[in-house]
Design a protein around this ligand. Structure first.
Ligand code: NA7
Length: 542
């Protein structure tokens, strides 16, 4: 039996971001005892940590929220199409207050390990405050992009200035006035922060490794009539979101880019460019499948870069060459225009690699750049990284790391469960549609599926559920096959793990679309959790 002084819950949840908050709510509503642990001193998850200048959402905010409560939809109003981080954090605080969630969250506490005890059928969970708890069900809401990647550069410890990673930004705003600033990286975080930092800093040097496609966001305040209509029709919008490919109520085109004439394509791309957001990605059906189709949109964006950037040499360095859309698409506000500023320098670190960080700045093979502040916009160990930071051990003491990395492949069942790890659930784990869906929606679907599953187990007097090896193998193979039929796997990105040195290369997202995935999950549940073995261990333990 577990130690009487160790608190015991039906479920322990890691994290108090979009995932952890809603999971906690559903568990409590269903009558389970639950506790969430959160490293930050407030709710919000990635929206708590990402406070860098210019940080904002790049999904239309009216779709980037929970859909489970119509009351919540009616009560909350987004100011603009792509709100800034503080507004999203306010939303999550509003949710935490509305559903009185804080009383079951322990803040400033990290889960350091979680070990499954087969004899007791319980998870023993160790916290970084030295205490431990136990739970029948262990649920991860750690997020997909929360383990910061700070590449190892020689000499960082000698740097006399200040340095920051975008995902661990200080609460006090960083003052760039009069400073020489360097930014390494130009993914979404770099592209959002670079134009804002450039306006304030004395000088900004951008260290770019791979030029990126980025599309104007065209952010704007919402018209009150539009908000009113959205709220009025949200039931219908919600249904479309839940049936969609990527979580927004817009159907992708069914037409090949190669079926249109160059003039027709140009007109379509121009319209999408003017509209901003991800509409360009939705222009045709085959942009991520067919190289020739992809090249039409890639060349369209390259032409926009040549038109925008005045210095042809700088423009040349900014031209992306990979398949459009196979790295996470980026939205920007005056990104390419920023390179027309006198106080901005672009350094191509593929041509002249970074050699070391020096006390006074950063040296490439070509020159030393003097810097007062260095910003790492270098991304994340995506999907698996946040889970592997925790010492998670399933049956026979096997670690999740051993299961996923030492054996040649990361395998999961539905991106929710793992063979060998009974009663462990991952919200938006690897091999689910997660990051290619509007995140809050992908999260809601998993949370509801997990909560329903726990209710089913309780109703059937079962308290042990584990994915079978066969079901897992079939799912992983299915994920890989879909990915291999696209251009996604041909590009180095965090989708494939290629951004982290030594990480096994695997495409870790289910690409069949959210609507299809949801039906698969529902179908599996309806068949009494097909692909899982269910066991009533309760009586055996007593
Ligand atoms: P990303 O998209 O992974 O971008 C990281 C950037 O940092 C990217 O430009 C990388 O170049 C660059 N990088 C990473 N390591 C290095 C080293 N060692 N040297 C030079 N440059 C490096 O992370 P973000 O934070 O921008 O965005 C993450 C997600 O958050 C985003 O996709 C949205 O979903 C929200 P590379 O392209 O790898 O050559």
């Amino acid at each position: 039996q577990h130690h009487p002084r160790v608190p015991a819950f039906d479920a322990v949840v890691i994290g108090a971001g979009f995932s952890g908050l809603y999971m906690l709510h559903r568990l409590r509503e269903a009558g389970f005892s639950a506790r969430a642990y959160e490293a930050g001193d407030g709710v919000g998850g990635v929206w708590y940590w990402n406070r860098y200048p210019g940080a904002r959402c790049d999904s239309d905010s009216i779709y980037y929220n929970y859909t489970f409560s119509d009351e919540l939809i009616q009560e909350w109003t987004w100011s603009s199409r792509y709100p800034e981080q503080p507004e999203i954090l306010r939303y999550l605080n509003f949710v935490a207050d509305k559903f009185d969630l804080r009383r079951d969250i322990q803040f400033e506490t990290r889960v350091t390990s979680a070990h499954y005890d087969e004899g007791q059928n319980r998870w023993n969970i160790q916290l970084d405050d030295g205490s431990s708890v136990s739970a029948t069900y262990f649920i991860s809401g750690v997020g997909c992009l929360s383990a910061a990647n700070i590449p190892i550069f020689k000499g960082l410890e000698s740097f006399k200035g200040d340095w920051y990673h975008t995902g661990h930004w200080p609460h006090e705003p960083v003052d760039f006035k009069g400073k020489r600033v360097g930014v390494i990286g130009n993914g979404s975080s770099g592209v959002q922060s670079i134009p804002v930092i450039a306006q304030e800093a004395a000088h900004l040097t951008v260290f770019q490794r791979t030029p990126q496609y980025t599309i104007p966001a065209r952010n704007h305040p919402y018209d009150p009539d539009f908000i009113e209509q959205t709220k009025k029709n949200f039931g219908e919008i919600k249904q479309k979101m839940w049936d969609s490919w990527g979580g927004i109520p817009v159907a992708p085109s069914m037409r090949s880019a190669l079926e249109d004439t160059p003039e027709e394509r140009q007109a379509k791309y121009d319209a999408a460019w003017a509209k901003g957001g991800f509409s360009l990605s939705y222009s045709y059906s085959d942009l991520t499948f067919n190289e020739a189709a992809n090249d039409t949109v890639a060349e369209f964006i390259r032409e926009k870069i040549r038109e925008t950037v005045h210095n042809p040499e700088v423009a040349q360095k900014l031209l992306p060459r990979y398949y459009f859309g196979t790295k996470r698409p980026i939205l920007d506000t005056h990104y390419f225009e920023t390179y027309n500023r006198e106080n901005v320098t672009l350094v191509d670190v593929k041509q002249t690699p970074i050699e070391e960080i020096t006390p006074n700045g950063l040296r490439t093979t070509e020159a030393e750049h003097e810097l007062d502040i260095l910003v790492f916009a270098t991304g994340y160990d995506g999907m698996t990284g946040p889970l592997l930071k925790i010492d998670i051990r399933g049956k026979n003491g096997v670690t999740l790391k051993e299961k996923w990395e030492d054996g040649a492949q990361t395998r999961t069942y539905l991106g929710i469960a793992n063979a060998g790890f009974p009663n462990f659930f991952m919200i938006t784990g690897p091999e689910s549609p997660s990051v290619l869906t509007t995140m809050p929606l992908a999260i809601e679907q998993h949370v509801e599926w997990i909560a329903d599953c726990l209710c089913y187990l309780r109703d059937h007097r079962i308290d042990k559920i584990e994915a079978t090896e066969e079901a897992e193998e079939t799912w992983s193979k299915h994920c890989s096959e879909i990915a291999e039929s696209t251009l996604y796997t041909k590009t180095d990105s965090w989708y494939t793990g290629a951004n982290i040195a030594g990480k096994p290369r695997r495409f870790l997202i289910y690409l069949g679309g959210f609507g299809v995935y949801r039906k698969i999950c529902d179908d599996i549940a309806a068949k009494g959790y097909e692909g899982f073995s269910l066991l009533a261990s309760r009586d055996a333990v007593k």
